[in-house]
Design a protein around this ligand. Sequence first.
Ligand code: NAD
Ligand code: UGA
Length: 462
Amino acid sequence: MSKTILCIGAGYVGGPTMAVIADNCPEYKVIVGDINAARIKGWQSATLPIYEPGLDAVVKRARGRNLFFTTDIIAGIKEADIIFVSVHTPTKTFGRGAGRAADLQFWEKTARDIVEHAESDKIVVEKSTLPVRTAEAMHRILQSNTKGLNFEVISNPEFMAEGTAIDDLQHPDRVLVGAMSTPSGQEALADVVDIYKHWVPEAKIKTTNVWSSELSKLVSNAMLAQRVSSVNSISALCEKTDANILEVSASMGLDSRIGPKFLSAGVGFGGSCFKKDILNLVYLCEYYGLPEVAAYWEQVIKINDYQQRRFVENIANQMFNTVAGKKIAVFGFAFKADTGDTRESPAIYICRMLLDEHAKLAIHDPQALPYAATDLADCSAAEISYETDPYQAAAGAHAIVVLTDWQEFRQLDYRRIFDLMDKPAFIFDGRNLLEHQKLFDLGFNVFPIGQKALSHFEKTSA
Ligand code: NAD
Ligand code: UGA
């Protein structure tokens, strides 16, 4: 093996990213280390710890050949030439910057582990999403070593999305690598670029200064989330004016300056990163004395919260102003389709609001039920059931609430579902996923997002 790469953190990013590197670079030894022994055991087993389409095949090709999973991070540090750090960087819950700033304790711990155990020079790569200028702190900690070792810090943020991680990693829009302008910084940058050159066209590998690279990642997420909040805000206006958000989004998206992606209205964005990264951006703007800029970005989160509240208020209003004691089937708990991840899923907040209204929930999701049960563990177990069968979830329900855009929800037998439900039967399609006219014709009252409701009551009264 010509080089050894270690990745500290075997999560949603570390695992898939390193599997794809190992797959494309057979001459590099790739070690993925984590303090979570159960997670590592999962990566070593036939049932990987995360659900991601295409991931199994990539791991199976490389594992045991040049891809290894371990809890022995110290040995990995000693052996590695290049160390990627991909630990989580959640929102701080305590002290200065609580609720906004990134909690960098896991990150700093890895820097200290590297300093303590390294026996040779290393390139340390920031793969986690970090506040701009973190590389400076990282560099200071690493250079404080008394062994005469040199450490170069490179920023190489990850842009993959869950559910499409393997395709995103195989065919990225861009790979970003930021480095210090010193000769040794530029040498380290070339080493990291060399990894990606194995399968990414050179034109798509962008090199920048380290601060631009760190900030580009935060801002890319903020811009994506901003599009979702923008379109969700307009969905509210559509519902008041009989404009149709699908038509408005499609029309806007045809403008090549706007583009069609990330214009789907729904129940708001979830996932582990959008909210925390925007909060972090807000904190940074305040820290650097830019309150107007901070307030601008904070509004993206406020609209996201508003969209979820608005959705639940509509459910209660349409169901004769009360959901108390009524069974509601929740279709989808993951924060998006094709993942079992529920971190910051809109479903968590929406289910909790429905439970506050004393609804009884039957939750169905193809991948996320174990996490759903953990997320709602503090709620009354008597009011929630977790159903692997969507028909069981719908049996006796007054309403179906669609919270995740799993394509398989489109294929269900809605005639059968209608027959199983209490009447009048409602569908609140929080993802504009289903075929609304067909459902209406079957007898459902259908309430999409940003589109005219299809209600049999309106028809009767007209
Ligand atoms: P994760 O929580 O799934 O994984 C992080 C892992 O790091 C955990 O398994 C944890 O046990 C491990 N860890 C923490 N401290 C450690 C230590 N000292 N030594 C060894 N292991 C340690 O998080 P994730 O979703 O993979 O995200 C990681 C980073 O990547 C975050 O900064 C996130 O913002 C960023 N990111 C995430 C995504 C995504 O889709 N999830 C995409 C791009 C970027
Ligand atoms: C997002 C970014 O897309 C990635 O580029 C980035 O690397 C990653 O965050 C990260 O840093 O963690 P991810 O959160 O996995 O990826 O998934 P997205 O596809 O971005 O979806 C985020 C949320 O927005 C989901 O809840 C999704 O349902 C919602 N969304 C997305 C909409 O409501 N409407 C849209 O049009 C698009």
